[in-house]
Design a protein around this ligand. Sequence first.
Ligand code: BGC
Length: 367
Amino acid sequence: MKAIAVTPGQAGTFLVDREEPLLHAPDEIVVKVLDVGICGTDREEAAGGRSKPPEGSQELVIGHEMLGIVQEVGKAVTLVKTDDPVVFTVRRGCGHCGACTGGRPDMCTSGDYTERGIWGRDGYQAAFVVDREAYCVKVPQELTDIGVLVEPLSVAEKAIDESVLIQKSRLPYVHDAAGVLADRSILVAGLGPVGLLAAFALRLRGARVYGLDVVDEASPRASLLTGIGGTYIDGRKHAVDDITGVYGKMDMVFEATGVAPLELNLLDVLGTNGLYVLTGIPGGDRTVQVHGAEIVRRLVLNNQVMVGSVNASRTHYATAVDDLLRARQAYGPAVDRLITQRLPYKDPKEAFMRQTAEEIKTVIQWR
Ligand code: BGC
């Protein structure tokens, strides 16, 4: 079968021939891949940036945002049957830290985890893949068109969940159960797939969502946000310091840009007791000059929290599936419009190049 690979550390993607994967254990599931999304991490890998091949190999099959159809199940599998749409999760635990043995490899403390398609384990840009039932998430038939968005949405769901847990526990008298997000002002910085999916999840929970990007108001990214009741802020017209003047201080900032200087500047818009959650992973090693004392002073004097969030647990995948269904009910086909491009796997080069302003999510099709 065909698969798309990179040589970690070198720029470029290429097709490789691999053996079709077989069942080796009773709890395994063979999946025929339908769609695999491309995100900033894949593009970073394709540009020769952060990625690691499996032990003993020079090549890494990339791809971590997948949707497929069950082809065959091992004898012990009860979660799914042949022809069910499914998604496999990304991270595999180290097997020895408390987080991983407790079922939360997304919070692995040893750093010895692997990630399919990214770090030490082949990914999903292939005609067939196999993995264990424990890493499989069932997707309803009606989401077969957009189920590939489950993984990026799971990343947003985890960041939101972490933020709510933190705010609820430290401000129990200020925020009742519904109040951490409902009617709060939340700035989503970066309207790529993760930012926009976060905007959907936050709107579904009643938040006032402001979205910051540097695209035209009529572009797909900005109009998707305004279409679900969000307010678009064009970063080319508003410097970070005038956002507060126009829109007020934010209760929360959800960052999904991966642009380090902006990530730090955005602390400026955060209100007292506010929480800032970062999900963008900046590439490269360019240094950034910041006013350190001012940042620390603000965090301390305003009781602010800054938290990073990566990957997601299976619970967050399940929330993502629910939210895709809810988003369709609430906003019709708006969420479907996140997928702006579908390309055949046979000529993937173009797909891994840098993103254009019109593009939101590009999906490689293995159908
Ligand atoms: C993926 C995560 C992964 C992270 C770091 C992101 O693009 O969505 O699953 O943990 O990269 O490798």
